[in-house]
Design a protein around this ligand. Structure first.
Ligand code: C2E
Ligand code: MG
Ligand code: MG
Ligand code: MG
Length: 284
């Protein structure tokens, strides 16, 4: 191992810091044009019902393909889009695109629930519920096929405002899922108040499910709470048959993860969903 002087180490640190900063600035400047330049697409990941052995829904996940940077992960650009207030335009694009896709599938006889992710900032837009309602109507998708995913931390940031907006959506028939459940700090009191249709157990608890008694305990506890609150549980990040079987044995309602399928563009996800849903003895 080469001996490194303190100053050169600092230099390396400095450079990578500058690179990060430069990338951030570049993302900020390019993000403004990404929508009009058609650089966003949606990928869809199946949600598999463990009792029906069928794909019953999909989650829409945004993808940004940039000519210079290549694929930029949503975890990197969504927080920046939030700070720049671009999240409203991007969020409405996602909603419109996902709802049209779900409506298209409906017309083809493939009735899937469509899940979209909502960011914290989108809740400051009081017209959110009306706009989503109008999009559903225009596309001709029955409202109960849309479900909006909000993370626990978003819900708890301004619970009263979020509660009001969610109630407006739910009045129209739209369903709500608490995403990444277990990683935030929502109180059980709020979980009851929120009265959502779905709880999505974060993949952090699924990752070590087989070997880790503590994680198994947490999953069991969430399933118990969900049952008494009459909510359905979707486990995220399921990557193996063993995890699927354990979750089924524990009474989990639905799973999502690479084991069923990675998120894919519509044309590629269609045959996969068909494969699961057509024959009586499903491959899983
Ligand atoms: P999320 O909503 O919790 O989405 C699940 C993430 O887990 C996705 O990452 C998905 O590709 C990944 N995943 C699914 N199954 C597995 C698995 O078996 N193993 C592993 N290791 N990962 C799995 P992705 O697409 O990179 O999205 C990351 C996050 O970015 C999402 O987390 C969500 O918070 C946010 N996001 C994505 N699309 C949108 C969007 O349209 N709007 C907003 N506001 N946020 C979005
Ligand atoms: Mg989600
Ligand atoms: Mg999640
Ligand atoms: Mg997540």
């Amino acid at each position: 191992v080469a001996k490194q002087s303190g100053s050169s180490r600092f230099k390396v640190y400095d450079e990578s810091c500058q690179q990060n900063f430069a990338r951030r600035l570049y993302i900020e400047s390019e993000l403004r044009y990404a929508l009009e330049r058609g650089q966003f697409t949606l990928f869809y990941q199946p949600q598999f019902d463990l009792r029906l052995n069928r794909v019953v829904g999909v989650e829409a996940l945004i993808r940004w393909q940039h000519p210079e940077m290549g694929f930029v992960p949503p975890m990197e650009f969504i927080p920046i889009a939030e700070q720049m207030e671009l999240i409203h335009a991007i969020g409405y694009w996602v909603a419109e695109e996902a709802i049209s896709q779900a409506a298209r599938w409906h017309r083809q006889g493939v009735q899937l629930r469509m899940g979209i992710n909502l960011s914290a900032r989108q809740f400051s837009d009081e017209r959110l519920a009306d706009k989503l309602g109008r999009m559903l109507k225009k596309a001709g998708l029955p409202t109960e096929y849309l479900d909006v995913e909000i993370t626990e931390s978003v819900a708890m940031e301004s619970p009263e405002r979020v509660l009001q907006l969610l109630a407006k959506l739910q009045e129209q028939g739209v369903k709500v899922a608490i995403d990444d459940f277990g990683t935030g700090y929502s109180s059980l009191e709020y979980l009851q108040k929120f009265d959502v249709e779905f709880i999505k157990i974060d993949q952090a608890f699924v990752r070590n499910l087989l070997g880790n008694k503590a994680d198994q305990g947490i999953v069991k506890a969430v399933l118990g709470i969900a049952e008494s609150l009459e909510m359905r549980v979707i486990a995220e990040g399921v990557e193996s048959a063993e995890e699927l079987e354990l979750l089924r044995a524990l009474g989990c309602d639905e799973i999502q993860g690479y084991y069923i399928s990675r998120p894919l563009p519509p044309a590629e996800i269609e045959p996969i969903i068909e494969g699961y849903n057509q024959d009586e003895d499903s491959p899983v």
